[in-house]
Design a protein around this ligand. Structure first.
Ligand SMILES: [Zn+2]
Length: 312
């Protein structure tokens, strides 16, 4: 439906619009790659202006109370049940007997309820808290601690509510398996920044093998010989263009001839060639070949495969 149309995605998630993807999390990067598949233009919009999307994502808090005792409401509690439990709740009754100013009486749907005096959020008796938490957590699709605390706080109150929410999120099996914070972080190889890359300037060479290769003997059907084959691998750094050249002899002379005929004679002459410290590359013939073309030889340091990382 979307393909081929001009799409503008407006989001209040500023990270999604960040031009430098090095500074966003893997999750944001994945979301962005998904959006970019449709050629979407992503624009930042302030959170309070993003009313269209919010209309779908905000919980209809008032509607929570629109059910009655007979209805098959999704919300597990109703106002009368909360009011009844408030009468038998030890904490609330102790507070009321002590004339605490912490609570006031509010009326919702003709039901009288005790609510916090400063926020007018309904006090939830101890017996009903677990049901409320479970319902919110499932309905909101397993939110994190902060978001769940903020949502429950919009309507309800009980002492130590934040801690109860936190312990529920931290002990939820699904959250532990799926949340980003539960996945162990790993380090990243630092990438060179602002590196200027010129095609055909730098070429990396290496030897790979041996591989056992089966050769059929054409004169004798069903007969084959197994031979050990090495290959000279050559990769152009900027484009990643690779070539594999089979070799039957690992001498510096043989490799020089192949590198000359299979690469140097076919492609632009590179400014430098990177190789490891193997004798085939440090050998006289290979070095002389490079010098004859005016190519700078770049041997990598011993036991540092990353310096020739392209080809490794
Ligand atoms: Zn969960």
């Amino acid at each position: 439906m979307l393909l081929g149309h001009r799409i503008i995605v407006r989001t209040d998630h500023k990270n999604l619009t960040h031009p430098d993807t090095n500074h966003v999390s893997d999750r944001v990067l994945r979301q962005r790659l998904l959006l970019e598949e449709y050629g979407a233009e992503i624009e930042y919009i302030k959170g309070d202006k993003n009313v269209v999307a919010d209309a779908l994502s905000r919980l209809p808090t008032q509607e929570l109370f629109l059910f009655d005792d007979t209805g098959d409401a999704e919300f597990p509690l109703n106002l009368r049940l909360i009011a009844d439990h408030q009468h038998s709740d030890d904490y609330l009754q102790t507070q009321l007997r002590a004339n605490s100013k912490k609570f006031i009486i509010i009326v919702r749907e003709s039901v009288q309820l005790h609510a916090r005096s400063d926020t007018a959020t309904i006090y939830v008796p101890a017996a009903l808290r677990a049901a409320i938490l479970q319902w919110y957590h499932a309905t909101l699709q397993h939110p994190g601690v902060k978001r769940m605390q903020a949502t429950v706080r919009e309507n309800f109150y009980w002492p130590g509510m934040d801690a109860t929410v936190e312990s529920l999120v931290h002990t939820c099996a699904i959250c532990q398996q799926c949340k980003l914070t539960a996945v162990k972080k790993y380090g990243k190889i630092p990438l060179p920044v602002n590196t200027k890359v010129t095609p055909w300037e730098e070429v990396h060479v290496n030897l790979v093998g041996p591989w056992d290769v089966r050769f059929n003997i054409t004169s004798v059907p069903g007969k084959a010989t197994i031979e050990k084959i090495h290959a000279l691998t050559v990769i152009e750094k900027a484009t990643g263009w690779p070539e594999f050249i089979a070799i039957c002899n690992k001498s510096s002379y043989h490799i020089s001839i192949l590198f000359d005929s299979e690469w140097l004679c076919r492609y632009p002459i590179p400014a430098k060639v990177v190789f490891d410290n193997g004798t085939k590359f440090t050998g006289q013939e290979f070095q002389e070949l490079l010098i004859s073309y005016g190519i700078k030889p770049v041997p990598t340091t011993v036991r540092n495969p990353r310096s020739n990382g392209v080809i490794k």
